[in-house]
Design a protein around this ligand. Structure first.
Ligand code: ATP
Ligand SMILES: O=c1ccn([C@@H]2O[C@H](COP(=O)(O)O)[C@@H](O)[C@H]2O)c(=O)[nH]1
Length: 240
């Protein structure tokens, strides 16, 4: 009997920066990052090519800096640098478990990480390496969700997998509204029209225009990443 095959050959995994905190108040929780790496290893072992964008909310968020009087663009560059730190930590944890990970930055910091060069990223993926895209889009006023949509489209990923703190897209923020109900699927237009805060509208619009579906699921649920990759019922599908 042949074993079931993954539903996707190449994915873009967006990891919530805040989820990296685990139960800590900020920063990177070691046990959490090790668990995430184990889950990624499972799907790599299925032959899936994995690129990752990681957020920076556990370290710095530009809007927060802007709201306390910092110049917004400067605060956003700090946020992008926070994602570089998370990317380095993630790649380090991956390399320690036997995976080969490469970090590529949208902002030039050549002594620290190599710059993002699309053909090189494609080459790494074809070689079975995990590519971690750091520094978001490289531009202020954007988010790492938009970076995930952008890089996902650029590398020809078949789906953006948003691994976050909630188990899908709800009718309202489930952390604020106990009556919010979860969708099993929703169209990009409805998600944008209802102003659902799970992702920003720029990310939704880019994925819609590029016909790149998104799956939103919980990073805290054991085995959820593999179930999504196997095409099983998990989280919420956002589609055209
Ligand atoms: N309609 C909604 N459905 C589900 N979650 C929602 C909704 N509206 C707001 N949220 C909130 O969106 C949050 C998304 O969290 P997530 O940490 O992935 O965001 P992020 O800004 O991409 O994170 P980070 O900056 O840490 O990477 C959830 O924690 C959830 O509480
Ligand atoms: O393309 C981008 C990506 C991110 N930023 C800034 O970084 C922080 C952290 O990213 P999250 O997506 O919120 O995790 C974000 O708040 C922005 O300040 C950016 O400017 N451009």
């Amino acid at each position: 009997m042949t074993s079931p095959k993954p539903a996707y050959k190449r994915i873009l995994l967006k990891l919530s920066g805040e989820a990296l905190m685990g139960d800590d108040a900020f920063g990177i929780n070691r046990a959490t990052i090790v668990r995430i790496v184990d889950e990624v290893t499972e799907v790599i072992n299925l032959g899936v090519e994995v690129a990752i964008v990681i957020g920076g909310g556990n370290i710095f968020r530009g809007v927060a800096g802007g709201s306390v009087g910092m110049d917004r663009a400067t605060a956003d560059y700090m946020g992008m640098l926070a994602t570089v730190m998370n990317s380095l930590a993630l790649a380090d944890a991956m390399n320690k478990t036997g995976l080969t990970a490469r970090v590529m930055s949208a902002i030039a910091i050549d002594q620290v990480v190599e710059p993002y060069v699309r053909p090189k990223a494609l080459q790494y993926l074809e070689e079975g390496k995990v590519v971690v895209f750091a520094a978001g889009t490289g531009n202020p006023f954007f988010t790492t969700d938009t970076a995930a949509a952008l890089r996902g489209a650029e590398i020809g990923a078949e789906m953006v997998l948003k691994a976050t703190k909630v188990d899908g897209v709800y009718s309202a923020d489930p952390k604020k509204d106990p009556n919010a109900t979860r969708y099993t699927e929703i169209s990009f237009d409805d998600a944008i029209g209802q102003n659902l805060g799970i992702m920003d509208a720029t990310a939704f619009a880019l994925c819609r225009d590029q016909k790149l579906p998104i799956k939103v699921f919980s990073i805290f649920k054991n085995g959820a990443l593999k179930r999504v990759v196997m095409g099983e019922d998990e989280g919420t599908l956002v589609h055209a």
